[in-house]
Ligand binder design. Sequence first.
Ligand SMILES: [Zn+2]
Ligand SMILES: [Zn+2]
Ligand SMILES: [Zn+2]
Length: 492
Amino acid sequence: MSSSDRENGNECFKLKQYDQAKEWYSKAIEKDQLDYLALTNRSIVNYQLESYESATDDANKAIAINGQWYKAYVRKAKALKQLQAYRDAIDCLELALSLLENNNVVVDKTLIAMINTELTGVYTTLIDTRYKTITQGMDVYVEYIDKIKGKGVMARCSKKSNQELFNESPLVSSISYEYIGDDMYRHCSHCLATDLDVRLFGEKDKAVHSMIYGQSPPPRHMKKCDGEACKEWFCSDKCCLDAWDKYHSIVCSPSTREHIDQFHSQCKKYKQTNPLVILKMFTMIVSNVIQHNMMIQDALLPFTSFISNGQWQTAHDEEMLTLINLMLSEKCSTRQDLTTNLFTIERYRQFNAIIQCNASRIHPPSDVHLLVNDMVAKTPLSVDYIELPPGTKIPIDELGNYLERMDRLSINGSGLFPITNSCNHNCDPNAVVTYSSNNNTVTMRTLRQIMPGDSIEISYIDEDQSRPQRQRQLLEKYLFRCGCRKCTIGRD
Ligand SMILES: [Zn+2]
Ligand SMILES: [Zn+2]
Ligand SMILES: [Zn+2]
């Protein structure tokens, strides 16, 4: 009887005789290849023997036989955690929980609690692994809070009001679809810095130009990528090299040009910016796997450690994925695993969900805005105008209107910021996201005094709306019910 072999295995396991236990379970499996209980148990023995790959294999075999068996997912998760596949381990534990919760039988509460503890452990390890190094030396750190809030950003030291907390460049970013292919909005593909002079033409603009720069030429000159048929521009050699190393070498070839153009025109036609970010995400992963010999799961980790709600399905997503495939397939022709594991519609929709739940709108100030802000900061309080060269005075109280008129000089985009996007929401925030240079770098500033250990919280929406409006927007857009002080006390 194979079941008695399994029971012998269980006895040995209790006595911590793992080698013998493994032999008994193997015997049971040999006699009955569908014995998923023996497979699940051999998985934990392999785990104890530190053979984590075998532990994963056994759990996978048990799942193939009985996909409803929650324990196999828990075992698999334990092994995956040791193999540092944290995101997959989390998915396994979530699946085990949903199997238990959807079961009509009365479920052991301690079992659920045990799986939740395991889940917290994997999340904590994932967040620590990902964020310890990137927040090193910064005034903030990122930590896992709980299942509802996910992770949060905490202050390491105290800060006064209106101070800089940190600067952060995005992991991935793109300008909005409306500026694509428009030479008026020539910008650096990598850092989104804009070339102002191309947008300053016509008589009125010439006046603005000389007001800002006098007779000297504007400070930035974009350089076109050297690649044959390439249409990308870069603001500096550093941006060009960075982009080349991270993703651009994968798509900079005449054979991909046609598909890139087609992709861009579809983004414009469908008024979608997310696909532009998704294309960069796929390209960065391919670059890391092919050029830096990274494992797919390690290359995915920077993106999948953003917490999202599963999949985000949109119109035309299959079409966009097909175009991405066409652009990248040439470079991936020797890697069948990339085609089967990476370029799937589920992955595309997962990326879309990550962007939908986390991405920030990027709106860098133009050189004009920066110059005016700088002059205002330098102007003594007793003076109620600023003087733009040569000798044009603008009253301080007309500056708002003036800068608004200059808004057409700015572009905007979308990007994923590992630290900034880890900040939780509060309708009465203690910090605010600002852009203080003409590129995609975020500057997080305090709105009031912050003490060490305080959670840095920003407002995801316009916090001056009424409570019902805020609650509805947060629920619709960010899928949570706000429980901040302002919402619960109800004094709007
Ligand atoms: Zn740049
Ligand atoms: Zn190029
Ligand atoms: Zn609130």
